[in-house]
Design a protein around this ligand. Structure first.
Ligand code: FES
Length: 360
C-alpha cells in the first residue's frame, strides 16, 4: 500500500490508559524522522486509518512538552466517535499507524519574555494541548505564571489528574489549578457546574487578573469555548490574546448552506490549475463535489486533508491567480490569508479561473 501524501508510518511504543475512556499513545520516531516530528507545545498530529473501507482522519494534540524527548498524544473516546473508539479499543503497542508531522498554530506567543501570566480555559480532552503549553511555559520562562481552569463531569473523568497535581507541587507559586466539576458538589459553589459564560464571569471576577494576562488558551467543547471567548471579549481582551484550538467546526446554518450552494453553482465549470508535488493538473470545478479540495481529490490527486471543517489547515494551498471564497476559516492567520493562502476544503472559485499550489 502506498502511503498517503505526507503521512509516515510510525510504530506505537506505548498505549497508556489515562482514564476509563481515554488513552495516551507514545510513538517511536526513527532517527531519520526526528527532525520532521520535532514539535512546538500546542501542536497536533493527524492520524489516518481505514475503518470499514473508509479513509478516516483525526487530529490529536501532543500532550507532552518538547523537553520530555518523546511524542505522545491523548485520545478520548467520544460517543459514536469511530476513530476515537478504534484508538481506545484496538490500538496496541508495536502496531504501525499513519501519522502526519506536527502542525498547528495554537502556540505560545513569541517574544513574551520570562515572566508571562497565562490562563488556560479548558474542558475535558481540551486539556491535551494546554498541558503541553503549561509545562513548556513553566519550564522555559523562569518566572512565568499559569492559571488553569479545567472543567470536567467528575473527578474520574479528569485527564492527567495526577500529573497536574504533581506539576502543582513542583511549581507551587507559579501554577494555580482550579477544577470545575459538573456531577460532583464542592463546598465552594464557584467550582460546581460547567464553565459557561456566567461561570467564566464569576471566575474572572475572583480568580484571574484578566488585564495582566499575556494569552488565554481555550480548548474544549464548542459551547464552552464560545462562552469563554464571549466573556473575554466583553472584558475588552484583544483578539490576539485569545487563542482557541478547535478540532471540529459547527454545522452551517440553513442560510449559510444556501449561500454556499449558490456560490458552488455559480462556479460550475471554472477551470482549476492545481500544482501538487511538482505536477500541474487542470480540472473543472464540479459543484456536485463540494469544495475545491473535493474536486481535486475526485480528479485522483492526493491532496492533503484531515478535518474537512476549516479547522486543521492540512488542506492549505496558495492562490497564484484568481480568487476563491472560503466558507469557514478557523485555522489560517490573517498574515497567511493576506499572503494568498486558503483552506481548499472550504474554498469555492470566485473568478473565471483559479491557479493554486499545494506546494508553496
Ligand atoms: S482539511 Fe482541515 S481545514 Fe481543510
Amino acid at each position: 500500500m502506498s502511503l498517503n501524501r505526507g503521512f509516515h508510518k510510525l510504530k506505537i511504543a506505548e498505549v497508556r490508559r489515562e482514564t476509563a475512556d481515554a488513552v495516551s499513545i507514545r510513538f517511536d520516531i526513527p532517527d531519520e524522522l526526528k527532525e520532521r516530528f520535532a514539535f512546538q507545545a500546542g501542536q497536533h498530529l493527524t492520524l489516518r486509518t481505514d475503518i470499514n473501507g473508509e479513509d478516516v482522519r483525526r487530529n490529536y494534540s501532543v500532550c507532552v512538552s518538547p523537553s520530555e524527548n518523546e511524542i505522545r498524544i491523548a485520545i478520548k473516546q467520544m460517543p459514536a466517535g469511530r476513530f476515537s473508539s478504534w484508538a481506545n479499543t484496538a490500538l496496541r503497542e508495536g502496531e504501525m499507524v499513519e501519522v502526519l508531522p506536527p502542525m498547528g498554530r495554537f502556540l505560545v506567543p513569541e517574544d513574551t519574555g520570562n515572566d508571562g501570566y497565562y490562563v488556560g480555559l479548558v474542558g475535558g480532552s481540551g486539556i491535551t494541548p494546554v498541558i503541553s503549553i503549561l509545562k513548556t511555559t513553566l519550564e522555559t520562562q523562569a518566572s512565568a505564571k499559569f492559571v488553569l481552569l479545567y472543567g470536567n463531569r467528575s473527578t474520574a473523568s479528569v485527564m492527567f489528574l495526577e500529573e497536574l497535581a504533581g506539576l502543582k507541587n513542583r511549581y507551587m507559586d507559579r501554577l494555580e489549578l482550579y477544577h470545575f466539576l459538573e456531577d460532583e458538589a464542592d463546598e465552594i459553589d464557584l467550582f460546581n457546574g460547567r464553565l459557561d459564560q456566567e461561570k467564566c464571569e464569576a471566575v474572572f471576577d475572583s480568580l484571574i487578573d484578566v488585564g495582566s494576562a499575556r494569552a488565554f488558551f481555550i480548548c474544549g467543547p464548542g459551547p464552552m469555548m464560545d462562552a469563554a471567548e464571549t466573556a473575554l471579549v466583553a472584558r475588552g481582551v484583544p483578539p490576539e490574546k485569545i487563542l482557541i484550538e478547535r478540532f471540529t467546526s459547527s454545522a452551517l446554518s440553513a442560510e449559510q448552506l444556501a449561500a454556499r450552494e449558490a456560490l458552488q453553482q455559480k462556479a460550475a465549470g471554472t477551470e482549476l490549475t492545481v500544482t501538487l508535488d511538482g505536477r500541474r493538473s487542470k480540472l473543472a470545478f464540479d459543484p456536485t463535489k463540494g469544495s475545491i479540495l473535493d474536486c481535486v481529490q475526485a480528479a485522483g490527486l492526493p491532496a492533503p486533508y484531515a478535518c474537512k471543517g476549516g479547522v486543521c489547515t492540512t488542506c492549505r494551498a496558495r492562490i497564484l491567480e484568481g480568487r476563491v471564497t472560503m466558507t469557514k476559516n478557523y485555522g489560517l492567520t490573517d498574515e497567511e490569508v493576506a499572503g494568498g493562502y486558503v483552506l481548499t476544503c472550504q474554498s469555492v472559485p470566485a473568478s473565471d479561473h483559479v491557479v493554486l499550489s499545494y506546494d508553496e
